[in-house]
Design a protein around this ligand. Structure first.
Ligand code: PRT
Ligand code: ZN
Length: 294
């Protein structure tokens, strides 16, 4: 392949380490040099552009980059809420950077519902997402656009409420704010431009997407092994979510019991382990999977 894919990623911030790690785990080696905005992958036809996350949606929409790794909140704000939905295509979610865009009010305000925000001021860095949400909810409020530290706006008297990203909720509680509505949930996604691309680039995108999918799925999935009474196989299948076709192997010298091996598509929690034990399983082993390719 002589043509190279162009992928936009966040230069530095909350998504940058995980984005780089994802490429490394997909076997795409890149030498990251500090200060360099353009990096070449070895052994894969890929060039990475390191930019601010705010700029990624437009670069991909305009076809300056074929692909982007960015929070879906940015796609929603920069494209969808500005009437440009459809300019990029989401190829897959990447299972990191999870957060939600929420409306929060000072806990002392006693406001429980967004209808009480009619005529009030809401500070946000996501004016277009908020405008669209308020319109759908038929609430008429003033939007105060702020580029950072939105959570201090009510204390400073700049606004009566805020609309900001929340992950753990610690920033809201530290600022005595309570969430009253979720505008949308977000996570990092792999997107491609909706502009027409030539076949060579398209097949490169398919290869890259398959590799990234393999890494993401392997991260989620676990390989599980256990011994159990042969009569308990069906009960065990019901305990593990998504477990469809386990391998069932006879145990040497024991006609009553079998070994069960399977890939569980979701993480195995302690409750699931206890459920397996109750269903008759013993010697339960859960091991990580490095790569999956279908
Ligand atoms: O310089 P550049 O423009 O590239 O970066 P940035 O400073 O604008 O963005 P950055 O690195 O802060 O966030 C990049 C992306 O990470 C966001 O667009 C989201 O997709 C995702 N993300 C996930 C988050 C959070 N979680 C998050 N908690 N982005 C921001 N926050 C902030 C939030 O704004 C608030 O200030 O964290 C605080 C709340 O966190 P909790 O844990 O206290 O609730
Ligand atoms: Zn940003």
């Amino acid at each position: 392949m002589s043509k190279r894919l162009r992928l936009a990623m966040q230069k530095s911030g909350r998504l940058s380490d995980r984005s780089r790690d994802l490429l490394a785990r997909a076997g795409i080696g890149i030498e990251w040099r500090s200060g360099q905005l353009h990096c070449r992958a070895h052994a894969f036809p890929l060039d990475v552009m390191l930019v601010r996350d705010d700029d990624i949606p437009q670069y991909v929409a305009d076809g300056i980059c074929d692909l982007g790794i960015v929070g879906s909140n940015m796609i929603a704000e920069r494209l969808d809420a500005r009437g440009q939905a459809g300019k990029v295509v989401t190829l897959r979610t990447l299972e990191f950077g999870r957060c939600r865009l929420s409306i929060a009010v000072p806990s002392s305000a006693g406001i429980k519902d967004i209808s009480a925000l009619a005529g009030k001021r809401i500070a946000t860095s996501y004016p277009d997402s908020l405008r669209q949400y308020l319109l759908a909810q038929k609430v008429s409020a003033d939007i105060v656009e702020i580029s950072g530290s939105v959570e201090v706006a009510p204390t400073m008297g700049v606004a009566d409420a805020i609309c900001d990203l929340v992950s753990s909720g610690a920033t809201l509680s530290a600022n005595h704010l309570v969430e009253i509505a979720v505008v949308y949930s977000s996570e990092a996604v792999l997107v491609r431009t909706a502009k027409p691309l030539d076949d060579e680039i398209l097949s490169g995108i398919d290869r890259l997407t398959a590799r990234l999918s393999g890494v993401v799925r392997a991260e989620q999935a676990k390989y599980i092994m256990m011994n159990a009474p042969a009569t308990a196989v069906d009960a065990i299948r019901r305990v593990i979510p998504g477990l469809e076709e386990p391998t069932v192997i006879p145990l040497y010298g024991d006609k009553q019991r079998v070994a069960i091996h399977a890939v569980a598509p979701e993480p195995i929690f302690w409750e699931t382990m206890e459920g397996l034990k109750q269903a008759g399983a013993t010697s339960i082993l859960v091991v990580p999977i490095e790569k999956i390719i279908e």
